[in-house]
Each structure stands twice: as structure tokens, then as C-alpha cells.
Design a protein around this ligand. Sequence first.
Ligand code: GRF
Length: 199
Amino acid sequence: MNRKSIVVLISGSGSNMQAIVRAAQQRQWESRWGARVVGVVSNRPEAPGLSWARDQGLVTRIVDHKAYDGREAFDAALREVVDGLVPDGRPDLVVLAGFMRILTPGFVAHYEGRMLNIHPSLLPAFPGLHTHRRAIEAGCRFAGATVHRVTAELDHGEYLEQAVVPVLPDDTPETLAARVLTQEHLIYPRAIERLLASL
Ligand code: GRF
């Protein structure tokens, strides 16, 4: 069986990364598809997800965006670190999991077709930031999350999985975010598993 390498990029708690790592363990991705998470990379040295990943014995890397002069320089350094995590320099899947950086078209093109993101809205509704506040203010009765392939146009790649949650009358952006996040942790591993089965 040929090996499949997954690199996960985080910026914060990495709760989606944690859900993916747990799914890989509990659903035997390695024995079923030769797939494993070969590294967790953060643009923030203080990202809490890094210590969790280290405690799991995962390889971690930091590419601090504050250490670079502009997006192109940061993305070039990030690409080198991400590719450097696998012997052939070509990870099979790059998974953006709470990765809060806008990536340059060159970076996206380099990983075209093998990079995923999770966005906390029912795309195409509410691309961009502050999705939960915007859904509440718009009077939406439902909200949710979308796993999609990453293309040069922000939050617009092929949708792989979506989940819907109700917006409750007394919801705040925080209570809605928590309800959506619970669903994110289900649909991201599911989307990756479907891709692994098809690779
Ligand atoms: C989540 O809402 C996710 O949709 C967005 O970043 C938030 C935090 O994700 N991309 P995580 O807990 O760091 O995985």
C-alpha cells in the first residue's frame, strides 16, 4: 500500500486538528489507507494546539508569520516547511484547520487539488470573517460549516461536506460558534476519510 501523508495547519486551539488526529487513530486510517498525520504546523508559536500535538507524539513545526516581511516571504517559508515534512517533498493532503491566514495564489496553486479548509458557515453564504454574528444579524434560522477544497478564490472551492445547525432565538455568536464547532469535528474527518478512500 502506498503511504499517504497528511499535514495539518493550525493557528489556535486546533480543535479540528485534534478531531482529525483522533479519527485517524480510532478509524485506523494507517492500516486502511496507509494514511497518517505526518506533521502539525502553526503560524503562531503560542498556538495551544501545538502542545496537544506534541503530547500525541506528532511532529510539529512553527513558521511565525511575524518573522517574515510580507505574505510572499511567509508563504514561501511555510511551503518549504510543509513539503519538508515528507521524504518526497509532496504531502498528499494539506489540511487547514483553524488556520487564520489568507494564503497567496502561488501557495494555493502549489497545493491545488490537495488542500482543504473548513469554513464556519453554509457556503456560499457568509464567506470571510465573523460568520456567526453575520448569520444572527441576518436573521438566519440555520447556520453551519463547510469543508471545501482550497482554490485561489477565498472560501470558494468544491464543497466536500456540510453540516447544518439551528440558530436559536437567544443565540450569541459564541453559543452558535460552539454548536457549529461540534459539527465541524464530525464533518472534517468524514471529508478526509472519503478523500483517502478515493486517492
Ligand atoms: C473554527 O470555527 C473553524 O471553522 C475556523 O477556525 C475556528 C477554530 O478552529 N476555521 P480550531 O478550533 O482551531 O480547529
